[in-house]
Design a protein around this ligand. Structure first.
Ligand code: PMP
Length: 413
């Protein structure tokens, strides 16, 4: 395992862009290792929010005055940035939502209601986040469809052979994540998409944990739906992007009814707006969408390859350092991982570890990480999860290792 590949990024300079990192928590410098839950925001994102509210706050699309036009332009500029970011061909294929959860619910409700029938099958994997389980269960209940689950092996990797066996002519939807939030596993989505398409199924990829870390090219992947949350990639909360193939989005009924998603309304009949507005009822989260463009630019300017290289180095270093701790067991040892390190320590509850690390200014997440079935698979209640972003450093990992040593000594003494 390489732990010292050189990186071109100036991490100290990057850290200066993140005001929140420069504070003391419980008397210690903050070490933020909860990036899989949400990443911190660079100044340029925060400043964009202020600039919007101070300079051109107005409702979009329907106004003819100058501020409305400026706000509309900024909102639509983000759509174009998201299109390029995901590698989509058409602007109509980029729908703004509140996040990945809403993206998946939108597809399950609209595509699901229109195209799923009794006896049809939907396949997900054992490592899904609850937001990629529950909407499909709700759809199956409504329609009498069947949910099938691909098992993962002891490393937390999808069993491709089992997936091939689950696929059949009854399979209508395959939904999985690009990368697991609990384990870090990077899934073989290209292969899965090809296999699913051979059976005529559509594929939805939950990109919550990949957007800031892995290259994404929806066209090369030939994926049908791809979902992203801004807040996991240095952008504001409350913004998501649903990419959907134009021909599929066109066939899908609207999600919510209201303003903006219509062409004409009479009491007898409503005709719906063109894509993507058909799926964007009501006043959207304008300010956060506008600021999301800054997050996209931030990631683009650093370069995903550079980000990934730095984070892979951190992951390798942390895995190496923490492997020396007494009683530690890593949960999720896939050969391909994003920078998520989940573990349990024998005889110590994960909550106690999380709380004691917090007293040392170290923020990690503990619990089931919204993946209860996965925790059951590993016969545990939860893990401690440290997840790294581009602004994290090896020195911070040294502090984590030292903190954990002290926690273990204290709680086991
Ligand atoms: N899928 C995965 C893999 C996630 O990590 C998360 C967020 N923890 C979600 C879906 C849901 O994303 P959001 O909360 O932004 O809707």
């Amino acid at each position: 395992m390489s732990i010292s590949a050189p990186t071109q990024l100036d991490i100290q300079k990057i850290r200066e862009e993140f005001p929140v990192l420069h504070q003391q928590v419980n008397g210690k410098p903050l070490i933020y290792f909860d990036n899989a839950a949400t990443s911190q925001k660079p100044k340029r994102v925060i400043e964009k929010l202020t600039e919007y509210y101070e300079g051109y706050n107005a409702n979009i699309h329907r106004g003819i005055h100058t501020l409305a036009e400026k706000a509309t332009r900024a909102y639509e500029d983000t759509r174009e940035a998201a299109r390029i970011f995901l590698g989509a061909d058409h602007i109509e294929e980029i729908v703004f939502t509140r996040g990945v959860t809403e993206c998946i619910n939108l597809v399950a409700s609209t595509y699901g209601n229109e195209f799923i029938n009794k006896g049809d099958e939907i396949i997900i994997a054992e490592l899904e986040h609850h937001s990629n389980i529950v909407p499909w269960q709700m759809l199956c209940e409504r329609k009498g469809a069947i949910l099938k689950v691909i098992p993962v092996n002891d490393h937390g990797e999808i069993e491709l052979d089992a997936f091939k066996k689950l696929l059949s002519d009854r399979t209508k939807i395959v939904a999985t994540n690009h990368a697991s939030n609990s384990l870090g596993t990077i899934n073989p989505i290209q292969e899965m998409i090809t296999l699913a398409h051979e059976k005529g199924a559509v594929v939805l990829i939950d990109g919550a944990q990949s957007a800031a870390h892995l290259p994404i090219d929806v066209k090369a992947l030939n994926v049908d739906f791809y979902c992203v949350s801004s807040h996991k990639m240095y952008g504001p909360t409350g913004v998501g992007v649903l990419y959907g193939k134009r021909e599929l989005l066109e066939k899908m009924p609207p999600y919510m009814g209201g303003g903006e998603m219509i062409k004409d309304v009479t009491f007898e009949k409503t005709t719906y707006n063109d894509l993507p507005y058909k799926f964007e009822a009501g006043t959207p989260n304008i300010a956060d969408v506008v600021a999301f463009a800054e997050a996209i630019a931030f990631v683009n300017e650093l370069g995903k390859e550079n980000i990934h290289r730095h984070e892979a180095e951190l992951l390798a270093y942390a895995t190496y350092k923490l492997s020396k701790l007494k009683g530690i067991r890593f949960i999720g040892t896939a050969s391909q991982k994003v920078s998520v390190l989940s573990f349990v320590i024998e005889g110590i509850h994960h909550f106690d570890i999380g709380q004691m690390l917090d007293t040392r200014g170290i923020a990690v997440r503990t619990g089931h990480h919204c993946t209860q079935p996965l925790m059951e698979r590993f016969e545990i209640e939860g893990t401690v999860r440290a997840s790294f972003a581009v602004y994290n450093t090896k020195e911070e990992i040294d502090s984590l290792a030292e903190g954990l040593t002290r926690v273990i000594n204290f709680l086991k003494s």
